[in-house]
Design a binder for this molecule. Structure first.
Ligand code: DGL
Length: 268
């Protein structure tokens, strides 16, 4: 048993899609989350800067004695997971491998598409992970750079969101995938719009859901699950506005109150 919190990080509010699953699949665990909305989106930034920012967020979480780290951001996973795994003394997981495994399981016709930020798509991490398991699977990749800023602004329910999603996904109309990986943790907030545009015969994979299922296995494997009786003291930190973060977090996670604090970039 280990009652210390699990650390989660993202460039902004996207990682909350992973935390929502933790509340559902692992209700005994305590969440410590930091979202760097002040510097989001990470997607168009150079890899070296994403590594630098990610390390700052990791250090912030490590100071609060986390037992495990989940990089709840595909972009940071693509850029920094390998380095963090080497450098940290605690178990670290990202979101790309769990999403890839779920997509392989779901495809019937052997053609998977992935959408994500520019950095994630240009890293080809999803294609590599999928084809390392099954080289026969065809993977199509598409960057959707307008999605994360749309979600960060809180505008994910608006008619503008529908227009942006329809325009951005147009290239996938010409591909024959039966599975689409939401390769950015911000995208599940646009899930119903994406499903509408793609049609009901396309299976959407939410990497966050798959990551939490694997986190659950790891907690058991390392004998690190929290006990049922621990009082949960979930804490959320944002480098930007507590108000906007709170509105999105409470809407998305269906919570009435959450402990959310602002962190200055200079204190990271
Ligand atoms: N939520 C992030 C991801 O999963 C990044 C979005 C961004 O900051 O560009 O890729």
């Amino acid at each position: 048993m280990d009652n210390r919190p699990i650390g989660f990080l993202d460039s902004g509010v996207g990682g909350l899609t992973v935390v929502r699953e933790v509340f559902k699949q692992l209700p005994n665990e305590t969440v410590l989350f930091i979202g760097d909305s002040a510097r989001a989106p990470y997607g168009p930034r150079p890899k070296s800067q994403i590594i630098e920012f990610t390390k700052q967020l990791v250090n912030f979480l490590l100071k609060q004695d986390i037992k495990m780290l989940v990089i709840a951001c595909n972009t940071a996973t693509a850029a920094a997971l390998d380095i963090l795994k080497e450098e940290l003394m605690i178990p670290v997981i990202g979101v790309i491998l769990p999403g890839s495994r779920a997509a392989i399981k779901a495809t019937q016709n052997g053609h998977i598409s992935v959408i994500g930020t520019a950095v994630t798509i240009e890293s080809h991490r999803y294609t590599q992970a999928i084809q390392a398991k099954d080289s026969q699977i065809l993977v199509s990749e598409l960057a959707c750079p307008r999605f994360a800023p749309l979600v960060e602004s809180g505008g994910y329910h608006t008619p503008v969101a529908k227009k942006i999603v329809a325009e951005s996904l147009r290239p996938l109309k010409f591909t024959k995938q039966d599975v689409l990986i939401l390769g950015c943790t911000h995208y599940p907030l646009l899930r119903s719009i994406i499903q509408n545009v793609m049609g009901d015969n396309i299976t959407l994979i939410d990497s966050g859901i798959e990551t939490v299922a694997e986190l659950s296995v790891l907690l058991d494997y390392f004998n690190m699950s929290a006990s049922q009786s621990t009082p949960k003291d979930h804490r959320f930190y944002t480098t930007a506005s507590v108000k906007l973060f709170g509105e999105i977090a409470m809407d998305w996670m269906n919570q009435k109150s959450l402990s959310i604090e602002h962190v200055e970039l200079k204190d990271l």
